[in-house]
Design a protein around this ligand. Structure first.
Ligand SMILES: [Zn+2]
Length: 562
């Protein structure tokens, strides 16, 4: 009877269930210790990292350490467990240092670890300065450092405790360990992730600092030569007191500015000012000859002083002529700094984050501009470089900025009629909102220049480095070398002297090209009155317009008649 019962199906099921139950019970007992420590160490690490850096990166960094933690719980292999313990403590130390340094940089300078701001500071610092800095640490650095030290001690104690535990032999552990190791191995194998580990970051930073020092050496020689050349070309000149404020926007196209007839009311302040201020002028057809920043800067500030000869650097010219140059920048750009800002007597670098993700509202330029305008020097060139409408557009206006045009307006219908993607449509909305914010900033810089009394004549110029496509000719909103929007820029001018002989209607119909900006500035600054300057300076009575080749080509392609 008994043997029959043992072979019955019910009995077999019962025995299997008992086995599974025992296995789970056994596993759960072991999970109690080993896994609580492993998950606890990972969890605490993520919490600490989140305190210092964004959540996504905090998680990404933890993946590197997981494989070492899993090794500690490796059943029965002591050397492997010891190796795991040592590697885990060491990698924890490096990760804690990295996130603490990045956290301090964010909190004190709003700067990324690989920003030009950090690279330049390191490239510009010698050993003496570093040790001096360490001896007199700012108080805001002290708390994060104490926190990091304490945290490292806690993590080390937990890791050693994990090592002292009896390794788990749970099946669950094995499956879960394989899964976690897989994630960790992926993080170590994928190059773009691996370089985020502290050793990778350090190598990247060291090579960026060396590159920067080399570039400085090279550009110093180049800039010194430009200065010698400028001095020789200018000779002895005597200049009238003069203040020139040059405001350079970013990625701003006149095609979508209310001031230029755009239907959305996104530049109400400038539009009203234009209607009421007789000295505030605009050129209706203004073009850049390049569609990206660095090339546009080169076209604006490197120019042929003598036909057929090497190009001169406009900033070197102003420097050689005895102007005080003050440069206020809300863009973190190495090339611009080393080639143009190099000549400035005073630099305000206000943005310490790189490129598209940087978040620094253009209002930061206003106080430095006020300070610069109050500078008592009688010959000044003040350059204000805005972040303007640099993508991502949603980062270019304060949260809560409200549109003052209807939801389903002609613009939206027009884009729909052109079958533009939803992405293009919402980017266009963001672009227009960012323009609404730019309106205030540009207007403020003009009003400040007007209101602070200068010695001699004051002049204010606004233009954008280049334009962008806004969904009119292509299904995209952004940099665009092949459509008219890429080159259609605004050009605005105000001078104490304008409004008389050189009036609004004359200015409107006088086209402007940004690669002739240097000639206009040379003319305004009283630096040169050669034939070439007269023909290419926008304010000269002898100005002779010539359409830029690139604009002609693109206009033809799109059937636009200028
Ligand atoms: Zn640009």
């Amino acid at each position: 009877m008994e043997s029959i019962a043992k072979n019955s199906l019910v009995f077999k099921i019962q025995r299997t269930a008992e086995k599974i139950f025992l296995m789970i019970k056994n596993d759960i007992n072991q999970i109690d210790k080993t896994w609580i420590y492993i998950l606890g160490i990972i969890g605490l690490n993520v919490l600490f990292a989140c305190y210092n850096i964004p959540l996504k990166r905090a998680f990404q960094l933890q993946l590197f350490n997981i494989i070492f933690l899993v090794l500690i719980a490796f059943p029965g292999n002591k050397p492997l467990r010891l190796t795991g313990t040592i590697l885990s403590i060491f990698s924890n130390l490096l990760l804690i240092i990295l996130v603490t340094v990045q956290g301090i940089l964010y909190a004190n300078y709003n700067a990324d670890l690989d920003s030009t701001f950090v690279i330049e500071s390191l490239a510009n610092t010698n050993l003496n300065e570093s040790s001096e800095f360490l001896r007199s640490l700012p108080p805001t650095f002290i708390f994060p450092l104490i926190l990091a030290g304490s945290f490292f001690l806690v993590q080390t104690a937990l890791t050693l405790r994990l090592y002292s535990l009896r390794p788990t032999s749970s099946k669950f552990y094995k499956y879960f360990a394989v899964f976690l190791c897989g994630l960790s191995v992926f993080a170590w194998c994928k190059e773009s992730w691996r370089v985020r580990f502290p050793t990778g970051e350090t190598l990247k930073l060291t090579s960026a600092v060396e590159d920067m020092q080399q570039q400085w050496q090279m550009s110093k020689a180049e800039n010194d030569a430009a200065l010698v050349s400028a001095k020789a070309l200018l000779g002895d000149i005597s200049l009238q007191p003069q203040t020139i404020v040059l405001v350079i926007g970013e990625s701003t196209t006149r095609q979508t500015m209310q001031l230029y007839g755009y239907i959305r009311k996104n530049t109400p302040m400038l539009t009203k000012e234009y209607q009421t201020n007789p000295a505030f002028l605009r050129s209706d057809e203004a073009y850049s000859t390049e569609a990206s920043t660095i090339r546009a800067f080169e076209s604006m500030f490197k120019f042929e002083f003598q036909q057929g000869k090497n190009k001169e650097n406009l900033l070197a010219m102003f420097k050689a002529a005895g102007y005080k140059i003050i440069w206020i920048s809300n863009q973190d750009d190495t090339a611009i700094k080393k080639t143009y800002q190099y000549f400035a007597d005073k630099n305000f670098n206000l943005n310490h984050q790189k490129g598209r993700d940087s978040q620094s509202m253009d209002s930061v330029v206003l106080n430095p501009l006020k300070e610069a305008l109050k500078d008592g020097t009688d010959k000044k060139l003040i350059v204000v470089h805005l972040i303007g409408l640099h993508p991502h557009y949603s980062l270019r206006y304060p949260a809560g900025t409200k549109r003052n045009w209807p939801e389903d307006d002609v613009v939206e219908k027009g884009l729909e009629a052109k079958d533009r993607s939803p992405r293009t449509q919402w980017l266009r909305d963001e672009y227009d909102l960012a323009m609404l914010y730019q309106d205030k900033i540009i207007y403020e810089t003009l009003k400040m220049t007007e209101s602070i009394k200068q010695k001699g004549t004051a002049t204010w110029i606004y233009l954008s480095d280049h334009g962008v496509e806004t969904g009119e000719h292509l299904d995209l909103v952004g940099h665009s070398p092949n459509t008219p929007g890429g080159y259609a820029i605004p050009f605005l001018f105000w001078s104490e002297k304008s409004g008389g002989s050189f009036n609004k209607s004359e200015a409107q119909t006088r086209n402007f090209r940004a690669d002739w900006l240097s000639y206009l500035l040379m003319d305004l600054g009283g630096l040169n009155s050669s034939e070439m300057t007269k023909m290419k300076s926008w304010m000269s009575p002898e100005y002779q317009w010539k359409e830029p080749a690139v604009v002609e080509k693109i206009s033809k392609k799109f059937g636009i008649i200028n």
